[in-house]
Design a protein around this ligand. Structure first.
Ligand SMILES: NC(=O)NCCC[C@H](N)C(=O)O
Length: 410
């Protein structure tokens, strides 16, 4: 029986991917809460959906099976006890601590069909959705003061971040930003209760209870033996070391974890916003992540003397470090914006380095990053462009918007 999760590289032919179609969570973004909800502008729902559908169709036309998170979650909740537990946990993690409010919201959510309930949880619950006679607390009556019981989750269409596939298992992530923390709970239910995944005993290399943050945008599976992880605004060095220890212990394939430090800022929030693999020996890179003389802080973690420790060695040249861990003699670093200072900054802001490889040397990118796209083509990469006016407003590109579940080995 083939494994429901199998990812041994960033570039192997993509067979199955998980997306989330932007929904009403996007309609619950208001200017006041944009920053906290990690958006820079408000996308126009019909167009962001149209662009997302185009992305999904582009992948399907390339032979990729597209699964949707919202459907997978709904299909995981057919057992009433599981559904009840899921709703309870979601409300608890949404800080619904007043017993009266908690019971009212639970009853409200359970009155929907599974899919409508999941969409409602993702969209957030507005205070005015509950009958006025059920609202007994002062804060419940003050809709203008804060309109929501439970916050919307507008970042869900970035399926890359809450969990990451490594080999046949996952890291299910403790996400750094409060606005995103609940997102990784969905994947827990999917692998435990969805018929496609349950019964396969999918290993979880690091779970969301681990108390230091890590996000999937920082986790890049370079080969069966090598995982690169960004030390970033979102991912901590402690989580990287713990994940490395668990991989070396529980999974005999991964031999090296390469921790790559990037500047901690909004534009470069994850490693994949500045660095992605596009072919066996080609990567995109945003020149601004390299310090004077091209130097960076790179640490190679390998199995230590005992199971609970790793050995760590230091490198500063990313090109040389990648050649070393991947056993390559040549390695091409393709510069975002073709290295032009203005084009690189502009296009990185709209995810010019954030490519989704669907096969070795074949990537999906945003159409708006035309300088970077042309540069990729000049380096022999096949570039398939997708529309990007509204999708890009959430500060993520094609890699961020996709969670590969199955890739062919390379
Ligand atoms: N891997 C990624 O870089 N994902 C993009 C996440 C964007 C989202 N607005 C966030 O700030 O988390």
């Amino acid at each position: 029986m083939s494994k429901p999760i199998h990812v041994t590289s960033e570039i192997g032919k993509l067979k199955t991917v998980m997306l989330k179609r932007p929904g009403y969570e996007v309609e619950n973004l208001t200017p006041e809460y944009l920053e906290r909800l990690l958006f820079d502008d408000i996308p126009y729902l019909p167009i962001i959906q149209e662009e997302h559908d185009y992305f999904a169709k582009t992948l399907q036309d390339e032979g990729v099976e597209v699964l949707y998170l919202e459907n997978l979650v709904a299909e995981s909740l057919t057992n009433p006890e599981v559904k009840d537990e899921f709703v309870s946990r979601m409300l608890q993690e949404s800080n619904m601590t007043s017993p009266r409010t908690y019971e009212n919201l639970k009853e409200y959510l359970l009155s929907f069909s599974n899919l409508d309930m999941v969409n409602k949880i993702m969209a957030g619950i507005r205070k005015n959705e509950l009958d006025i006679e059920k609202r007994k607390h002062l804060y419940e009556l003050m809709e203008d003061h804060y309109p929501f019981y439970t916050d919307p989750m507008p970042n869900l269409y970035f399926t890359r971040d809450p969990a990451a596939a490594i080999g046949n298992g996952l890291s299910i992530n403790n996400m750094r930003e409060p606005a995103r923390r609940r997102e990784s709970m969905f994947m827990e239910y999917v692998i435990k209760h969805h018929p496609r995944f349950a019964g396969h005993d999918i290993p979880v290399w690091l779970d969301r209870n681990y108390n230091n943050p890590i996000e999937g945008g920082d986790e890049l599976v370079l080969s069966e033996e090598v995982v690169a992880i960004g030390v970033s605004a979102r991912t901590s060095a402690k989580a990287i070391e713990k994940l490395a220890i668990n991989l070396f212990k529980k999974q005999d394939k991964v031999k090296k974890v390469v921790a790559i430090e990037i500047p901690s800022c909004r534009a470069f929030m994850h490693l994949d916003t500045v660095f992605t693999m596009v072919d066996r020996n080609s990567f995109t890179i945003h020149p601004m992540i390299q310090g004077p003389g091209g130097k960076m802080n790179i640490y190679i973690l390998e199995k230590g003397q005992d199971e609970e420790h790793v050995t760590i060695s230091y490198r500063t040249d990313i090109q040389e470090a990648l050649k070393e861990v991947l056993n390559l003699t040549e390695l091409d670093l393709i510069l975002c914006g073709n290295g032009d200072e203005i084009a690189a900054a502009r296009e990185q802001w709209n995810d010019g380095s954030n490519t989704l490889a669907i096969a070795p040397g074949v990537v999906v990118t945003y159409d708006r990053n035309y300088v970077s796209n042309q540069c990729l083509r000049e380096h022999g990469i096949k570039v398939i462009e997708i529309k990007s006016s509204e999708l890009s407003r959430g500060r993520g590109g094609p890699r961020c918007m996709s969670m590969p579940l199955v890739r062919e080995d390379i």
